[in-house]
Design a protein around this ligand. Structure first.
Ligand SMILES: Nc1ncnc2c1ncn2[C@@H]1O[C@H](COP(=O)(O)OP(=O)(O)OP(=O)(O)O)[C@@H](O)[C@H]1O
Ligand SMILES: [Mg+2]
Length: 275
């Protein structure tokens, strides 16, 4: 099998020291940690490489649209005071030119120091599994309260997003970050884990976002996250009511969205009974 070669970096990032480090490589985008104009300030670089199998004109248009759409969304949300990374720079023209083999588009964002919620919840669930036998009721209560509080803050942040008229379109625990939370397991002790669940929630990845204030769209956004939590974080799923509570308190339209969420759940259950 051919060895995997990441796509060529766009020209402003080919000569930086240290070179950008690849964090994730999805089907559509590659994310690097790099520096901003000030080398002391880290930044996240999201690249949408061009796809060689697509017609070049169509490919350009699609790549360009996605990155502009994502940046526009971030600008709007920052203006509205929603917790998302700031935009530092972007290029949708594929500068770097054909001679460098670069025809994609990129977005340079503020670096969020922290962990994605998926990691935070996985760490918590593993910790609980390992330590729960030795926890007294007070300690156990405290741990569960930390997890609930985290989900409640997630709900409040998603509420602020919806209030701003934006639907995320891909709400999973990988697209929510917890600022300040350690990225590895070092911070947890055998007597307490909850400390690593403190911090502000930051929403990321607006590649599939859209504008809407419809209850249906908002409810589906929440339902997608509920399903994601149910399948990846079974121990945290019972705390989804805390998320709902955070959401309910976030804006005036929330109660009617949550009513709609019950319909969406019902449809989901029917579908899984048939299919
Ligand atoms: N601003 C940021 N600061 C720190 N880490 C980030 C930032 N943006 C993204 N990341 C990290 O990179 C990962 C992937 O980013 P993102 O979710 O935006 O891309 P993706 O899922 O590959 O994109 P898409 O779904 O649009 O194709 C995140 O889960 C997170 O770990
Ligand atoms: Mg993502």
């Amino acid at each position: 099998m051919a060895e995997y070669k990441p796509p060529t970096l766009p020209s402003p990032f080919t000569n930086t020291t240290p070179p950008p480090t690849l964090l994730t490589q999805g089907a559509e985008a590659h994310v690097y940690k790099t520096a901003s104009l000030d080398p002391a300030i880290p930044a996240a670089l999201k690249i949408r490489p061009s796809k060689p199998y697509r017609h070049p004109i169509l490919d350009r248009r699609l790549t360009r649209q996605r990155i502009i759409q994502e940046a526009r969304c971030l600008f709007k949300l920052i203006k509205e005071g929603v917790s998302v990374p700031g935009v530092l720079a972007l290029d949708w023209e594929g500068h770097g030119g054909a001679e460098s083999g670069w025809g994609g588009a990129w977005l340079l964002m503020e670096w969020v120091e922290g962990a994605v919620v998926r990691v935070v919840l996985e760490r918590w669930e593993a910790w609980m599994k390992q330590n729960e036998a030795s926890l007294n009721p007070v300690q156990r209560e405290r741990e569960e309260a930390s997890a609930r509080a985290l989900l409640k803050r997630m709900g409040a942040t998603i509420g602020a997003l919806h209030k701003a008229g934006v639907i995320h379109g891909d709400l999973t625990t990988s697209n929510l970050m917890l600022r300040g939370s350690p990225q590895d397991n070092t911070a947890t002790t055998t007597t307490e884990n909850g400390a690593s669940m403190k911090g502000d929630i930051v929403l990321i990845d607006f590649g599939l976002a859209s504008q809407s204030v419809q209850d249906e769209d908002r409810a589906v956004d929440l339902y997608v996250l509920e399903r994601a939590i149910g399948s990846t974080h079974p121990r945290s799923e019972p705390f989804f009511d805390a998320l709902v509570q955070g959401y309910r308190e976030s804006h005036r339209g929330a109660p009617s969205t949550l009513k709609r969420l019950e319909d969406v759940r019902m449809r989901g259950r029917k579908r899984s009974m048939i299919g």
